[in-house]
Design a protein around this ligand. Structure first.
Ligand code: UDP
Length: 369
C-alpha cells in the first residue's frame, strides 16, 4: 500500500491522542488504530444510568504544571473534585493520605501536630533503617509500624502480589504525609475530573485524525507496513519485539462492576480496603467523581491480579529486574528508526496522566521541529 499518512499511531489512549492532536494541528495526516472497540485507552469512561463509569479504574487528573492544566482545559471543563480516599481496616475507618485526621483517630491521645510527630517518632524506632532498600523499610521510616501494618502492608501486598520487602521504595513516596487536617490525596496545585467523562475529552483530541477501532496492530502488520512515514507505538514494548528477551512483568486488575438500586453506597468515590483478608483492594463509586445525584449508583470492586501474556497490562512493575529487562528492549527500540515508543506501555513506566501528556507534547515538539 502507498504512503497515505505521515503518522500511524498505535493506541488511542492519552499518549496517542495527544500526539494525534498536536500532529494534526501541525498539518500532519494521522491514522490512529486501537485493538479495542473504543478510544481512550485506560482513561475510557462510559455512561451508564447517567453516571460516567471509569471502565479501567479510577482516573483522577492532577498536576502542578500550569501549562499542562491549561492544555487539558482546552478539551474539557474540569470540575472541583478533590480525591480524599477513605481506608477501611477491619472495622475501622481512616482518612487518607496520612494526616492529622488519620493520626487523631488512630491514637486518641494525639491532639496536636507535635503530639502526632512525637508518636510517629516513637513508632519509627521499631524498624528504622538508615538507607531504606525496600517498601517496608521506607514505609516504617516514613510513618512507623502501626500505620504500616494497618494501612500500607495489606493494601500494597494485594495490589502488587509481592511482599513489601521485595517492592521498590519509590512506590510509597507517592503518598503525602501531613501534619495538617487535609485529606487531599495529592499535593498538586490543580485537580479535577472532566465534566462529562474522559472519553469526550479524548474525542476532541482525535477530531482531525482518522481512526480505526477493533484493529490490532499485530494482526495487520503487513497491511500497515508502508502506510505511514513514521509510527508512534504506545503498546507494550516487549510485545512489539515478540518478547525476545522474555516478558516484562505487569500487574493487572479486574473490576467487578454492579449497579445498585440506591442513591449512595459508600459516601465517597474511593474506599480502600487495607486488610489482607479482603480479596479486593478498593471500591470505586463512580457517581461521586462528578457529585452525581442519580437515583441509582454504580460501584466497582477492584481485584489485583498477576499478569500473563494475553491479559490486559495495567501497572508496570518497575523493580530492578524489570527495569534492567526494559533497558534491553529500549536498546532495540532505539534501532527502529521510524518508530517512536511512548506512554505507559511503550516506555514501561508507572505514569500519571499529566506526565503522559507532558511526555507526548515534548515528543511531538521534537518530531515537528
Ligand atoms: N497505598 C497504601 N495504602 C493505601 C493506598 C495506597 O499503602 O490505602 C500505597 C501502596 O503501596 C500503593 C501506593 O500507595 O501501591 C500507590 O497507591 P495508589 O492508590 O495511589 O495507586 P494508583 O493505583 O491510584 O496509581
Amino acid at each position: 500500500m502507498d504512503r497515505q499518512y505521515d503518522y500511524l499511531i498505535v493506541g488511542a489512549g492519552l499518549y496517542g491522542a495527544v500526539c494525534a492532536y498536536e500532529l494534526t494541528q501541525a498539518g500532519k495526516k494521522c491514522l490512529v488504530i486501537d485493538k479495542r472497540n473504543h478510544i481512550g485507552g485506560n482513561v475510557y469512561t462510559e455512561e451508564v444510568e447517567g453516571i460516567n463509569v471509569h471502565k479501567y479504574g479510577a482516573h483522577i487528573f492532577h498536576t502542578s504544571d500550569k501549562a499542562i492544566w491549561n492544555y487539558v482545559n482546552q478539551f474539557a471543563e474540569f470540575n472541583n473534585y478533590i480525591n480524599a480516599p477513605v481506608a477501611r481496616y477491619k472495622n475501622e475507618l481512616y482518612n487518607l493520605p496520612f494526616n492529622m485526621n488519620t493520626f487523631t483517630k488512630l491514637w486518641p491521645d494525639v491532639f496536636t501536630p507535635q503530639d502526632a510527630m512525637n508518636r510517629i517518632a516513637e513508632e519509627r524506632k521499631q524498624g528504622y533503617v538508615e538507607e531504606p532498600k525496600n517498601l517496608q523499610e521506607q514505609a516504617i521510616n516514613l510513618v512507623g509500624k502501626t500505620i504500616y501494618e494497618k494501612l500500607i502492608k495489606g493494601y500494597t501486598e494485594k495490589q502488587w502480589g509481592k511482599s513489601c520487602e521485595e517492592l521498590p521504595a519509590f512506590i510509597i513516596k507517592r503518598l503525602p504525609v501531613r501534619f495538617t487536617f487535609d485529606n487531599n490525596y495529592f499535593n498538586d496545585r490543580y485537580q479535577g475530573i472532566p465534566v462529562g467523562g474522559y472519553t469526550k475529552m479524548i474525542e476532541k483530541m482525535l477530531v482531525e485524525a482518522d481512526i480505526k477501532l477493533n484493529y490490532d496492530y499485530f494482526a495487520h502488520k503487513d497491511e500497515l507496513k508502508n502506510i505511514a512515514d513514521k509510527i508512534i507505538y504506545t503498546g507494550a514494548i516487549d510485545q512489539y519485539f515478540d518478547y525476545v528477551y522474555g516478558a516484562l512483568e505487569y500487574r493487572s486488575i479486574r473490576l467487578e462492576t454492579e449497579t445498585l438500586d440506591m442513591p449512595n453506597y459508600q459516601g465517597n468515590a474511593v474506599v480502600n480496603y487495607t486488610a489482607k483478608d479482603v480479596p479486593f483492594t478498593r471500591i470505586i463509586e463512580h457517581k461521586h467523581f462528578e457529585f452525581g445525584q442519580q437515583p441509582k449508583t454504580i460501584i466497582s470492586k477492584e481485584f489485583s491480579s498477576t499478569w500473563q501474556v494475553g491479559d490486559e497490562p495495567y501497572y508496570p512493575v518497575n523493580n530492578d529486574k524489570n527495569n534492567a529487562l526494559y533497558q534491553k528492549y529500549k536498546a532495540l527500540a532505539e534501532k527502529e528508526l521510524n518508530v517512536i515508543f511512548g506512554g505507559r506501555l511503550g516506555e514501561y513506566k508507572y505514569y500519571d496522566m499529566h506526565n503522559v501528556i507532558k511526555a507526548a507534547l515534548d515528543r511531538v515538539q521534537e518530531l515537528i521541529k
